[in-house]
Design a protein around this ligand. Structure first.
Ligand code: RET
Length: 239
């Protein structure tokens, strides 16, 4: 059997390894902290741990797949997102529930995130030739989520949920607006021939590598950072 070695300048493999460890460490942290989290916030912190745990398992596989084949593990990537992004919607629902969030809001967020991810998957795999169209559809669903969180129901409920929930929602809203916007950048980088006439990396292999590095960085920021905001809320909230 051929021995697999990671070249020192293989930043793709490096970010897959560090991503795996970071997701594992974050999961252990969130799970162990559950026992000294107040009852009111326990489900929210548990969901934070589930998000990083699901990602840890996928990163473990993605890292192996990438090392063995040199390819981008698009399939595992999207399976991971399809599970973890709806769980992030659950977090918004849970923290605004005390202010009267209805289950319908959760379904709206989940439906929009599924549209965003399924169209993105089509653009990256099945229908590469129309990646611009799929990217635009995905972007529309993304902006709908941003709208709900910044100006729509989530924003309104957070305002009436007390100062600590309002503050945490504001920080999470920034994650969605800025942190999640890193993903379309990865998509543009990885699209052959570029997107909207933007071609940042012309060599196809280099473009895929750039895309994976961008996605890996975005996942670490968004999954661990998001969880830490919830964790901080669980410690600070006096209401
Ligand atoms: C933990 C994983 C997260 C938070 C993943 C988020 C993914 C996105 C916000 C992806 C968005 C995309 C677009 C807005 C357009 C291009 C296609 C996608 C799927 C990369």
């Amino acid at each position: 059997m051929e021995h697999l070695k990671i070249a020192n300048d293989n930043y793709v493999a490096f970010t897959f390894f560090i991503g795996t460890m970071a997701m594992m460490a974050a999961s252990v942290f969130f799970f162990f902290e559950l026992s000294n989290t107040s009852k009111k916030w326990r489900t929210s912190v548990l969901v934070s741990g589930l998000i990083t745990f699901i990602a840890a398992v996928h990163y473990y596989y993605m890292r192996g797949y990438n090392l063995a084949t040199g390819d981008s593990p698009t399939f595992f990537r999207y399976v991971d997102w399809i599970l973890t992004v709806p769980l992030m919607c659950v977090e918004f629902y849970l923290i605004t529930k005390k202010a009267g969030a209805k289950i319908g809001l959760l379904w709206k967020l989940i439906a929009a995130s599924l549209v965003m991810l399924i169209t993105g998957y089509f653009g990256e795999t099945i229908d590469r030739d129309s990646s611009v169209l799929w990217g635009v559809l995905s972007g529309a669903a993304y902006f709908y989520i941003v709208y709900l969180i910044w100006f729509g129901e989530v924003a309104k409920l957070a305002q009436s949920a007390g100062p600590s929930v309002a503050k945490a929602t504001r920080v999470l809203a920034w994650f969605v607006l800025v942190g999640w916007a890193i993903y379309p950048l990865g998509y543009i980088l990885g699209t052959p021939g570029g997107l909207f006439g933007i071609q940042l990396v012309s060599d196809p292999a280099a473009a895929t590598h750039a895309m994976d590095i961008v996605y890996n960085i975005a996942d670490a920021i968004n999954k661990i950072g998001f969880g830490l905001v919830i964790y901080t809320l669980s410690r600070n909230s006096e209401d």
